[in-house]
Design a protein around this ligand. Structure first.
Ligand code: EPU
Length: 336
C-alpha cells in the first residue's frame, strides 16, 4: 500500500472538485486490506473511493480515503453456455467491457463506457440501455470493516434493486469489495429492449455483433452524456423517481407527454431528466455549475465550480421540480 498525506482529490473524482484528503491510501492488493482496516480505518473517519464517478466531495476530507488499485480478470470456470469471471475491484469497468468483447462474452455490452471501477459496480447496481449489472453478477467478495473478516455474498443476498443494493444499505460504510464474479454467456445473446439502441443498430444496418452493439452504446452515450474527461460530471445526479400508477395518471392529465416505465409492484418510474427539462433546467447554468445541454439529469462542472455551486444547482432543481410536479427528486450521487 502507499500512503499520501494531504492529497489533492481533483483527479480522483470525475466532478473535478478540488478537495483534499488528510490521508490517501492506495490499496495495492486484496490481502493488505485487513491491515488497512486495523491500522487506519478503525482509527479515523474513512471513505472507500472507487473511480470517483458517482461521488461529489463537498469539502476537504478529514480522515483517510482508501482507494483500490489492484486489478485483474481471471476465468474461474467455463461450461457449455457460460463463463465465470472473477474481477478485481480496481479494474476499470470499461477494461472489463473490452475484455468481454475480445473474448466474445455476452451480457454487459450495454454497459459500455460507464466510468468507474469494477468494485463500485455492484454498490449502486449500475445500469444502462436495458441492462443492470445485477443481471450478470454471480457473487461479491470483500471484507467487513467492523470485524476485518472476509465475506462472500451470492447475487440473491446482495439485495439488488434499481440503483440500490445491500452495499448502500445494511453494509454501507462497513465493507470493502475486493472481487466481483460475473456469469456471462458464451452463446450469442443481446438485450435490445432500449428502443434507442435497437433503432441505432437498425439505422446503421449493422450485423448483430458484440462489438457493434458496444459501439452503438458508446455513440448513444457520446450524444447524450458529457465525457467526464472533458466536462466534469458524475453521470445522473438524481434517481428516476418511482411513483404509484394513480399518481402517474393524475400527473398525466396535466402533462400528457409524461414519460413513464413500468417499475416493480405496479408502480411507474418517471424520467427525472424530463421533469428537470420541463422545469426549465436543461442546459442551464448558475455560476460555474449547471445541467448538460443534451441530458438535464446530468449536473456538470463548467470549469472551476465549487461543491457549493453544484449543490446550489441541485437544491434549486429539487425545489423547482417539487413546485411543478409535487415530486421530490432523490440524489443518486454520494455526497461526502
Ligand atoms: N429526457 C428528457 N429530457 C432530458 C433527459 C431525458 O426528456 O433532459 C427523456 C428522454 O428523451 C427519454 C427519457 O427521458 O425519453 C429517458 O432518458 P434516457 O434514456 O437518457 O435515460 P435516463 O432515464 O435519463 C437512465 C440512467 C442512465 C442511463 C440511461 C440509459 C438513471 C438515474 N439514469 O437515464 O444512467 O445511462 O438511463 O439507460 O437511472 C447514470 O446512472 O449515471 C446514468 C447515466
Amino acid at each position: 500500500m502507499q500512503l499520501f498525506e494531504n492529497h489533492n482529490l481533483k483527479t480522483y473524482n470525475t466532478f473535478e472538485m478540488e478537495v483534499f484528503a488528510r490521508q490517501f491510501l492506495q490499496m495495492e492488493a486484496a490481502d493488505e486490506i485487513p491491515t488497512v482496516i486495523n491500522d487506519y480505518l478503525k482509527r479515523e473517519p474513512y471513505y472507500i473511493l472507487g473511480g470517483g464517478s458517482n461521488t461529489l466531495f463537498t469539502k476537504d476530507f478529514d480522515g483517510v480515503v482508501a482507494h483500490p488499485v489492484f486489478g485483474g480478470i481471471e476465468v474461474m470456470e467455463r461450461s457449455r453456455d457460460n463463463v465465470l469471471l472473477r474481477v478485481a475491484a480496481g479494474e476499470p469497468w470499461d477494461n472489463l467491457i473490452q475484455y468481454c468483447i475480445r473474448h466474445e462474452y455476452f451480457g454487459i455490452e450495454n454497459l459500455t463506457a460507464i466510468p468507474g471501477l469494477v468494485g463500485s459496480a455492484p454498490v449502486q447496481n449500475i445500469g444502462a440501455y436495458g441492462v443492470e449489472v445485477k443481471d450478470t453478477i454471480y457473487k461479491v467478495e470483500g471484507f467487513r470493516i467492523s470485524t476485518s473478516e472476509p465475506f462472500e455474498l451470492m447475487n440473491a443476498e446482495c439485495q439488488f434493486a434499481y440503483r440500490n443494493s445491500i452495499f448502500k444499505q445494511a453494509l454501507k460504510n462497513d465493507c470493502i469489495i475486493t472481487y466481483v464474479w460475473f456469469q456471462l454467456s458464451i452463446k450469442e445473446h443481446f438485450t435490445l429492449t432500449y428502443q434507442g439502441l435497437a433503432n441505432a443498430m437498425a439505422e446503421r444496418e449493422l450485423p448483430m455483433k458484440l462489438r457493434y452493439v458496444s459501439d452503438c452504446v458508446r455513440k448513444i452515450r457520446d450524444a447524450k452524456l458529457p465525457d467526464p474527461k472533458v466536462v466534469g460530471n458524475g453521470g445522473s445526479f438524481f434517481k428516476n423517481p418511482v411513483i404509484s400508477a394513480e399518481e402517474y395518471e393524475e400527473l398525466k392529465c396535466q402533462y400528457p407527454d409524461l414519460i413513464a416505465y413500468d417499475a416493480p409492484d405496479g408502480q411507474k418510474k418517471l424520467s427525472a431528466g424530463q421533469l428537470i427539462e420541463k422545469a426549465g433546467w436543461k442546459g442551464k447554468r448558475m455560476g460555474n455549475a449547471g445541467t448538460w445541454k443534451n441530458q438535464a439529469l446530468v449536473l456538470v462542472n463548467y470549469g472551476g465550480a465549487t461543491p457549493k455551486e453544484v449543490l446550489d444547482v441541485a437544491e434549486t432543481i429539487i425545489k423547482d421540480v417539487k413546485n411543478l410536479f409535487g415530486i421530490t427528486l432523490e440524489m443518486e450521487i454520494n455526497r461526502i
